[in-house]
Design a protein. Structure first.
Length: 236
């Protein structure tokens, strides 16, 4: 990571507004890793939590636990990260409305800068043409896999329950000082939204951006960008 950051700063020009964002999974965000990255200049952290329910995490084949997700943000704050964002998923098999709301409440209590709530996608992005997805379908997208999960006793939330998860979470977030901008992203009003990766997000101003290596981005105010949701086209 030190070599990579050295390369970026020696090969590209960074102005005073540039920020370095670290992405990871709670099981990899150890104090040592967080400290090392912060020493290199990383001030923003984001990580996927999905849920604080260990049973749901095991079913989703996640390698972390709810406690690790809890410790990750607390350690990041102690190390000195200025902004910490986290993701939750609603619509997981075995998930209940009150369970998802408990996850949202825990995120609020932990004072995440932005709380992202995303629906579990059961159709490939290539079918819905709404985002850039994987070339190969995920296991969730296979009806046979979903049937096996249900046969093991894990009930899939109904459409009505999923609507309740979304609507009740929005009410809870708004009452706690978070607002939706853009869709699915809820930054706290004290920090506001962050501009990054317009290929995925529609932030305050949608600058065309260029990806560099393993996650470096820049923007150009005098360019045009065509949005594509086809990963093969993006790769070419």
């Amino acid at each position: 990571m030190e070599r990579l950051v050295d390369f970026y700063f020696s090969a590209f020009t960074f102005d005073g507004d540039a920020s370095l964002r670290l992405e990871g999974s709670p099981d990899s965000l150890t104090v040592d890793n967080l400290t090392a990255a912060h020493r290199l200049g990383f001030t923003t952290l984001t990580f996927g939590i999905q849920s604080f329910d260990d049973d749901l995490l095991r079913l989703a084949d996640r390698r972390h636990t709810g406690d690790q997700a809890d410790h990750a943000i607390k350690n990041a704050r102690r190390v000195g990260y200025e902004r910490v964002d986290g993701d939750l998923i609603w619509g997981l098999p075995g998930q209940r409305v009150d369970g998802f709301l408990a996850d949202v409440a825990q995120m609020i209590e932990l004072a995440f800068s932005t709380i992202v709530i995303i629906k579990l996608h059961l159709r490939p992005f290539s079918e819905v043409d709404s985002a850039i997805g994987h070339i190969r379908p995920t296991p969730w997208e296979d009806p046979n896999v979903r049937a096996k999960i249900a046969a093991r006793g894990h009930r899939w939330p109904s459409l009505g329950e999923q609507f309740q998860m979304r609507e009740a979470a929005v009410d809870l977030l708004r009452a706690s000082g978070y607002y939706e901008h853009p869709t699915t992203h809820f930054p706290h009003r004290s920090v506001g939204p962050e501009r990054w990766r317009s290929m995925n997000l529609d932030q305050a101003k949608q600058y065309p951006q260029v990806g560099i290596g393993l996650g470096g981005y820049t923007w150009s105010a005098r360019s045009e960008a065509n949005v594509t949701s086809d990963p093969q086209e993006l790769a070419s």
